[in-house]
Design a protein. Structure first.
Length: 320
C-alpha cells in the first residue's frame, strides 16, 4: 500500500469525523435525540480510530532491533485490531444500549430542525471522506471487487477506513430517517429504532474488521500470484532444478519472508551453490519487491516413490 495514499485517506476521515462529532453533540444537547447521541459517540470513536491507525503506521517504521529482528511491520495489524475492538465496544454496544433505552422511554425531539440540518451536513462531509478512501483504494484494488479487496488486502488501513466511512454514512441515513419520522409522527420510538439499527451496523462492521485483521495477526502467506512469480524466478536460469518445498509469511503489510528448500545438481561446488542462491534471490526481489527476507537451503531431491536399493545384512557364523 502507498503510505502516502493510506495516510491521505486516514487524515481526510479524521478531519471529517472530528468536525462532525462536535456538531452532532451540539445537536444532541438541544434536541435530546438518542440517535444523535449514538452518532456523536460513533464519530468520536471513528476519529480516535484514525489516530490509532496513524500511530500504528508511524510505529511500524521503527528499525529492527535485537528483540524484533524482523522489524515492527506487524504493529499495523495490532492497531487495526484495536480499532475493531473500540468500534465494537464504544460504538456498537453503546448505540444498542441507547436505542433500547429510547424505545422503552420514547420522548419527542426538541428543536427538530437542528439535528436534521446537522445530519445533512454530516452526510455531505462523510460522502467526501468515503470518496477520498475509494479514490486512494482504486489503484491498489485493480480488477478485484470491493469484497475481494477488503478480504485480501495485506495493508489494513484503507479497508478499515472504507468500512468505517461506509458504516458512518449508512448510520447517518438511519439517523436522518429516525429523526425525520419522529418529527413527523411526534413519536420518539422511531428515533430509538434508528439508534438500534446504528448499533447493529457498527457491531457488524467491527466483527468484519476483527476477523480480517485476526487472519493477518495469526500470519498470512503471499498471494497465489506472488507465489507463482517467486517459483518462476527461482528456477528461471536452471541452476536450481526444482523447489522441494517453500513457505512464505507476511512480516508487515509491505514485506514478507520466504523460506525454501531447493534441489541443485549433486556435483555442484560450495562456490557454485552460493552463486545459485544469490542469483535466485536477485531474481525473486526483482519479480516481487515485497519479498525482502529470503532463506534458501540447497539440497538434492530424492523422489519418495523411487524404489530404494536393498540393504541386506550378512551375518558370519563361526564354529569353535
Amino acid at each position: 500500500m502507498s503510505a502516502t495514499g493510506g495516510n491521505k485517506a486516514i487524515i481526510a476521515a479524521f478531519l471529517a469525523n472530528a468536525g462532525i462529532a462536535l456538531t452532532k453533540f451540539i445537536a444532541w444537547i438541544f434536541s435530546g435525540s438518542s440517535s444523535m447521541l449514538a452518532e456523536s459517540v460513533h464519530s468520536v470513536a471513528d476519529a480516535g480510530n484514525q489516530l490509532l491507525l496513524l500511530l500504528g503506521g508511524k510505529r511500524a517504521k521503527q528499525a529492527a532491533d535485537k528483540e524484533h529482528p524482523f522489524g515492527y511491520g506487524r504493529v499495523r495489524f495490532v492497531y487495526a485490531f484495536v480499532v475493531a475492538i473500540i468500534l465494537f465496544s464504544i460504538g456498537g454496544i453503546f448505540s444498542i444500549y441507547e436505542g433500547i433505552k429510547k424505545i422503552r422511554e420514547p420522548h419527542p425531539i426538541e428543536v427538530w430542525w437542528l439535528p436534521l440540518l446537522v445530519l445533512v451536513i454530516a452526510i455531505v462531509l462523510e460522502s467526501f471522506s468515503l470518496r477520498t478512501a475509494i479514490k486512494e483504494s482504486n489503484p491498489l484494488r485493480g480488477d478485484a471487487s470491493w469484497v475481494e479487496f477488503i478480504r485480501r488486502s495485506k495493508a489494513p488501513e484503507l479497508p478499515v477506513v472504507l468500512l468505517e466511512d461506509l458504516a458512518a454514512l449508512l448510520g447517518l441515513v438511519f439517523a436522518f430517517f429516525g429523526v425525520g419520522l419522529s418529527v413527523l409522527t411526534g413519536n420518539g420510538l422511531f428515533d430509538g429504532i434508528a439508534t438500534l439499527f446504528i448499533g447493529v451496523l457498527l457491531l457488524a462492521v467491527a466483527v468484519i474488521i476483527g476477523l480480517e485483521v485476526k487472519s493477518l495477526l495469526v500470519g498470512e502467506g503471499a498471494t497465489d500470484e506472488d507465489v507463482a512469480k517467486i517459483e518462476a524466478a527461482m528456477v528461471h536460469e536452471g541452476q536450481i532444478e526444482r523447489i522441494i518445498h517453500m513457505k512464505t509469511l507476511y512480516l508487515g503489510p509491505d514485506e514478507f519472508m520466504i523460506g525454501a528448500k531447493v534441489s541443485v545438481a549433486p556435483q555442484a561446488t560450495v562456490r557454485e551453490l552460493a552463486m545459485y542462491v544469490n542469483r535466485a534471490e536477485e531474481r525473486i526481489r526483482a519479480a516481487v519487491p515485497a519479498a525482502r527476507v529470503i532463506y534458501i537451503e540447497p539440497d538434492v531431491y530424492v523422489d519418495p516413490n523411487e524404489k530404494k536399493p536393498s540393504t541386506e545384512s550378512i551375518v558370519f557364523l563361526s564354529e569353535d
